[in-house]
Ligand binder design. Structure first.
Ligand SMILES: Nc1ncnc2c1ncn2[C@@H]1O[C@H](COP(=O)(O)OP(=O)(O)OP(=O)(O)O)[C@@H](O)[C@H]1O
Length: 319
């Protein structure tokens, strides 16, 4: 059974100018222990998707579909159950999350908080658990007595990861967890996440605009464009959808310095969600679009055993 299953998930923000359809009919599944990457350009709906998973969206956002976590629908569970699920069953690490640390509370107390709130450890046991967690994320135990300003950005992000791990959740959602860090520290934190996920039975849903980072870290990728998933498949292997292919060409491969020599930019800009093109929303930027693409939008369909794509040019029924 899947640990996480999204079924036709849609999110629409309501703003003064009208409605912003940020996520449109996304269906995805994540197996226990699997690492799934969600990639797409800015504005494709990745963060909205991440926030929806733990019902962290603004109250007036319209959400429909189902989000099944261990078979239970997050969208319909009551507040008590939702509080129990956050941290303990699924936790989230945001971009620049280190700024979320309380500046006047010691690191150790902040890491212990979810353990105490969820009554998963006594105050005495929580102290030894904090030391364990700090060690897991590569920080010495004495750091538990430090205040956030005494740590570097990379160390603070490690603290956030320790907090996310504290209650031993089955799922970690990481939304651009290293974007605010410099390149060297980014690589260290990504290696840490990879090691933690590999050594424990944790599922990872990792969000990034950087395909090369995700390809390196995840088993499978879902490519988002204008609020929809346009391709899913193994992270190693050739993409099928023209958007995924363009995205792959735009990013150098991690660990392959020669590929940095010729990254091609992706032409044009993603559409405004309030003025989506007709048919396939990628057609105005697509190098291989047919006349029909401005009129016809198709759902994800099978390309091979492990890959699906939403393009009239690929799959068994390709034009
Ligand atoms: N609170 C909000 N109110 C209204 N519109 C929003 C809100 N948050 C996001 N949006 C809009 O929803 C769309 C999807 O945004 P989202 O942040 O989910 O995309 P993203 O892929 O995560 O982008 P980025 O990588 O830049 O964070 C965008 O058009 C964005 O402007």
């Amino acid at each position: 059974m899947s640990l996480l299953e999204l079924d036709d998930l849609s999110v629409t923000y309501r703003i003064a100018a009208g409605e912003v359809p940020a996520v449109r009919g996304v269906s995805l599944a994540l197996a226990p222990g699997e690492a799934l990457g969600v990639v797409g350009e800015s504005g494709s709906g990745k963060s909205t998707l991440a926030l929806a998973l733990l019902r962290l969206l603004p109250r007036d956002a319209l959400v429909s579909g189902r989000i099944l976590l261990g078979g239970e629908d997050v969208l319909t569970m009551n507040w008590g159950r939702l509080r129990a699920v956050r941290w303990a069953e699924a936790s989230i690490v945001f971009q620049g999350a280190q700024h979320a640390l309380n500046p006047v509370q010691r690191i150790g107390d902040q890491i212990a908080e979810p353990l105490l709130v969820h009554r998963l450890a006594s105050p005495a046991r929580s102290r030894s658990r904090v030391a364990e967690l700090l060690e897991q994320v590569g920080l010495p135990a004495w750091r538990s007595r430090s205040y956030p300003h005494e740590l570097s950005g990379g160390q603070r992000q490690r603290v956030m990861i320790a907090m996310a791990l504290a209650c031993e959740p089955r799922l970690i959602i990481a939304d651009e967890p290293t974007t605010a860090l410099d390149l060297m520290v980014q690589a260290q934190v990504l290696t840490l996440i990879r090691e933690l996920v590999a050594s424990q039975e944790i599922s990872l849903l990792m969000i990034s605009h950087d395909l090369s980072v995700l390809a390196d870290l995840c088993d499978r990728l879902a490519v988002m464009y204008a609020g929809r998933v346009v391709e899913t498949g193994p992270s190693k292997g050739e993409f099928s959808h023209p958007y995924s292919r363009a995205l792959a060409a735009a990013f150098p491969t991690v660990g392959d310095p020669t590929s940095r020599l010729a990254p091609q930019g992706l032409p044009g800009d993603p559409p405004d969600p309030m003025e989506l093109p007709t048919g396939c929303t990628f057609h105005p930027r697509c190098p291989v679009a047919l006349d029909t693409c401005s009129a016809v939008s198709i759902d994800l369909r099978r390309v091979d055993e492990r890959r699906t794509a939403a393009c009239v040019l690929v799959g068994e029924d390709a034009c």
